[in-house]
Design a protein around this ligand. Structure first.
Ligand code: NAP
Length: 253
């Protein structure tokens, strides 16, 4: 894939899948804006992204979202591709006291922030006839995790956001797709506040629940994202791409 001269924003690129996506686009010639709250981690990722724009911003904050768009356009003059990847999980039960707190936090990051950032990016992406890829999850398609109602809901709504705006933006020459990974080895479980032991047990369990008995790495998700953002996928919009090692085939998650 060749992204020479293209400007790509990747949210949540300080670690995991987002970092792999940002590195992939940079390797393919893109000018990359990397976004997260942890500046030190962003600086580490930047070393592999060929002089990217580093944007320290919280995607749930109005000023954070505006900063992402303004700084990108100021530095590079345009936006070709937006990768909405920043996301988090908070697992609890509807019976627990913190159910609403978890719901609000997950929806703010996984859904509201995506809608807000996309809204501000779309005028720029229409000008370049670019495209958008949303990083969803198999959790948006199946009820994958116990205590995961906010996460499941946020990703299901994200998939419908993809379909809705794909049909709206098609006449402007803009494509929109979702990638829905199964388990991918990243910091996501550790970031939920689990112990090392709980984290390892969760990865083990998820591995056993895939048909291929494997966990993906960020790079294979990045390959799919880069394909969808490229001209090779010029006929594809409003589509949901599952990359889950067969978790849905063997779907007793
Ligand atoms: N790993 C999996 O098994 C898996 C499976 C399916 C889907 N996904 C999805 O893939 C995406 C990436 O997750 P990951 O697994 O790579 O997890 P991760 O390693 O925890 O990365 C999450 C990224 O999101 C950023 N982020 C979170 N909240 C943010 C906020 N308020 N403002 C700005 N950035 C924020 C984090 O950056 P900072 O900490 O620097 O802010 C980090 O770069 C998520 O949307 C997740 O739902 C993951």
């Amino acid at each position: 894939m060749n992204f020479n001269g293209k400007v790509v924003i990747v949210t949540g690129s300080s670690s995991g899948i987002g970092a792999a996506i940002a590195i992939k686009f940079a390797e393919q010639g893109a000018k990359v804006a990397i976004v997260g709250r942890n500046e030190n981690k962003l600086k580490d990722v930047a070393k592999k992204c060929n002089n990217p724009l580093i944007i320290v911003a919280d995607v749930t904050k109005d000023d954070g979202v505006k900063k992402i768009i303004n700084e990108t356009v100021k530095r590079f003059g345009k936006i070709d591709v937006l990768i909405n990847n920043a996301g988090m999980g908070w697992f609890t039960s509807i019976k627990e006291e913190n159910a609403l707190e978890a719901y609000n936090a997950v929806m703010a990051t996984n859904l509201h922030a995506v809608v807000h950032l996309t809204h501000l990016a779309v005028p720029h992406i229409i000008k370049t006839k670019g495209n958008i890829v949303n990083i969803s999850s198999i959790a948006g398609i199946s009820v994958s995790f116990k205590g995961g109602f906010p996460y499941h809901m946020s990703k299901a709504a994200l998939d419908h956001f993809t379909r809705s705006i794909a049909s709206e933006l098609a006449s402007s020459g803009v494509r929109v797709n979702s990638v829905n990974p199964g388990p991918v080895k990243t910091d996501i479980i550790e970031n939920m506040g689990t112990t090392k032991q709980e984290e390892e047990a969760t990865w083990d369990l998820m591995k056993k629940m895939t048909a291929l008995k494997r966990i993906s790495d960020g790079e294979e998700i990045a390959d799919l994202v880069s394909f969808l953002a490229s001209d090779l996928a010029r006929g594809i919009t409003g589509s949901i791409f599952v990359s889950d090692n067969g978790a849905l085939v063997n779907s007793n998650f």
